[in-house]
Design a protein around this ligand. Structure first.
Ligand SMILES: Cc1cc2nc3c(=O)[nH]c(=O)nc-3n(C[C@H](O)[C@H](O)[C@H](O)COP(=O)(O)OP(=O)(O)OC[C@H]3O[C@@H](n4cnc5c(N)ncnc54)[C@H](O)[C@@H]3O)c2cc1C
Length: 510
């Protein structure tokens, strides 16, 4: 629905750059802005009362990263803990980044953004937010918006509408809404789902629960490993300084991941055999039964590999604390659930680990010159800018590599772009299809053959479109992008500055 552009109020706080969200993306972006564009004023608006985003929202037992913190940590701050880290360790790390770099005074917590409107006449964003402390509506204006709001609804996770839920007499909760006060000691727990959350929560529950059952529609690949990095340990023992360790270990992990990704595509069966060998090694059970519950139907890496430190979930299975049922849920019952195959599972607590609801741009309605933006009508430039939406970059990280690798990479990109605009005295930048892009086939944002998690597949119509050229795709390939994005020609003809297409040479006088 179109509405008239709302002019900024006179008392609006003005900044050069407004960063949305104080999660790992927003804090990293603030750091890069300070470092690389020291003259720019900025503010970070955050809905919650503290920083952390994902790592603050999730409180279920055992919540931890599933990628290593050498790459999930920022490139500029060495990680010194175990590679797989608890939510608390990640929050502590982010807290140090904020303190060490004086970022705190720039963050406004308890500010939920409710509207963002671009006005081309003024080359200005007007951002409205509701302030939690007094419910007041406050207005900010900014030359540039840096969207670091994440990709899912922090308040409403995805729970399928299962039949019979009202019959169930036990306690039902989605993992994303888990309350740490819930006492599950000695309880029978059913976890519905088999992704990364299930992989985390099941072994943690198994420590105190009577039994944990995992009900999955289809199996997941698990990668079992010790929670240590051998190279980091060796370098530390050799007295090497932490910044060097961080750099070297990141490089080694990224190389190993690149090799692994390629192998998953080229020789998926061999990779699966290796993953099974790891399970056997960690459980000490040569005849560990992989059929039917631990033999996935898709290629390894088409969805995230679930990390399994010390083979914990499989050890739970061998010890009889954890069992799996691979079937579809038919209905909830008074005592638990019944599957389509007729298996009755009784449980005192049922935990849905069924994932997210995609939330495009933090649910903020966007307007450009009074016209509401429908993201599905836009074409996405390298997974970061949108046709028809000026002075805005969106941080969407990687799903297969650590998200934060892209936060650092886009941090450099945005700062280069801002500095380039300053040099050109340009007030506005946007992307537009080039002559050679006319007639280009446009498709849904995600290449589902390549990567297809449920929340993205369910949310495709809310997402922008992609083209079939590298400039118009987010290819989820860190190893290609680390060469391409830093070498972006900011005078390429996909960029328009103050409405004039870049790259057009002014004819020399004859
Ligand atoms: C349990 C779990 C484990 C994960 N583990 C990994 C991992 O190991 N490796 C990996 O690469 N990825 C992992 N991910 C993906 C993870 O979400 C991202 O890696 C990363 O944390 C996202 O950070 P972000 O700052 O972009 O978004 P978020 O963490 O979602 O933070 C966004 C922030 O923006 C704020 N915000 C949103 N909308 C508004 C609004 N309208 N107004 C004001 N503020 C707003 C939110 O409150 C939030 O604080 C994991 C995800 C989950 C849920």
């Amino acid at each position: 629905m179109a509405t008239a552009a709302v002019a900024a109020k006179d008392d609006a706080t003005h900044v050069d750059v407004l960063i949305v969200g104080a999660g790992i993306s927003g804090i990293g972006s603030a750091y890069h802005l300070q470092e690389q564009c020291p003259g720019k004023s900025y503010v970070v608006l955050e809905r919650m009362d503290t920083f952390g985003g994902t790592w603050e929202t999730h409180k279920y037992p055992g919540v931890r990263s599933d990628s290593d913190l050498y790459t999930f940590g920022y490139r500029f701050k060495p990680w010194v803990g175990t590679p797989i880290a608890s939510a608390q360790a990640i929050l502590d790390y982010m807290g140090e980044v904020i303190d060490e770099n004086g970022i705190a005074p720039h963050i406004r917590y308890g500010h939920t953004i409710t509207r963002a409107a671009w006005d081309s006449a003024a080359n200005l964003w007007t951002v409205e937010a509701t302030r939690k402390s007094d419910g007041a509506s406050v207005t900010f204006t900014a030359n540039f918006l840096w969207m670091c709001q994440g990709y899912y609804d922090h308040e409403k996770p995805y729970t399928p509408d299962w039949p019979g839920m009202d019959q169930y007499k036990g306690q039902f909760i989605h993992a994303q809404l888990w309350d740490p006060k819930i006492d599950y000691t000695g309880k029978r727990i059913l976890v519905i789902g088999s992704g990364a959350t299930a992989a985390t929560v099941i072994p943690a529950f198994a420590e105190k629960a009577a039994h944990v059952t995992m009900l999955q529609r289809s199996p997941t690949y698990f990668y079992c490993s010790e929670n240590r990095n051998e190279l980091a340990d060796k370098l530390r023992a050799g007295g090497i300084d932490e910044p060097t360790i961080h750099r070297v270990v990141r490089a080694q992990i990224m190389h190993d991941q690149d090799v692994m990704t390629k192998r998953c595509i080229e020789e998926p069966d061999t990779v699966f055999e290796e993953l099974k060998m790891l399970v056997r090694a960690f459980t000490g059970k040569e005849d560990f039964p992989f059929e039917p519950h631990f033999t996935p139907k898709y290629r390894p890496w088409q969805q995230r590999l679930a990390f399994c430190p010390e083979g914990d979930i499989f050890r739970g299975v061998v010890e009889g604390k954890v069992s799996a049922v691979t079937d579809e849920l038919e209905t909830f019952t008074e005592k638990g659930v019944r599957t389509k195959g007729g298996t009755e599972i009784e449980a005192d607590i049922i935990v849905a680990a069924t994932g997210f609801n995609l939330l495009m741009m933090g649910g903020i309605p966007f307007y450009v010159d009074g016209q509401e933006v429908d993201w599905h009508d836009t074409v996405n430039y390298r997974g970061m800018m949108f046709t028809g939406v000026p002075n805005m970059v969106w941080v969407m990280g990687y799903f297969r590599a650590s998200w934060t690798l892209r936060v650092d990479m886009l941090g450099d990109f945005v700062c280069n772009l801002l500095n380039h605009m300053d040099k050109k005295h340009a007030k506005r930048v946007e992307v537009a299809l080039r002559d050679e892009d006319q007639g280009m086939a446009l498709s849904d944002w995600i290449e589902s053959e390549n990567f297809n998690p449920g929340y993205l597949m369910r949310g495709l119509k809310k997402m922008p479109k992609r083209g079939d050229k590298p400039e118009w795709r987010h290819n989820q390939d860190y190893w290609a992008e680390r060469d391409e994005i830093p070498n972006t020609d900011l005078e390429g003809s996909e960029f328009l500055y103050d409405g004039v297409r870049a790259g057009k040479k002014v004819a020399e006088p004859a």
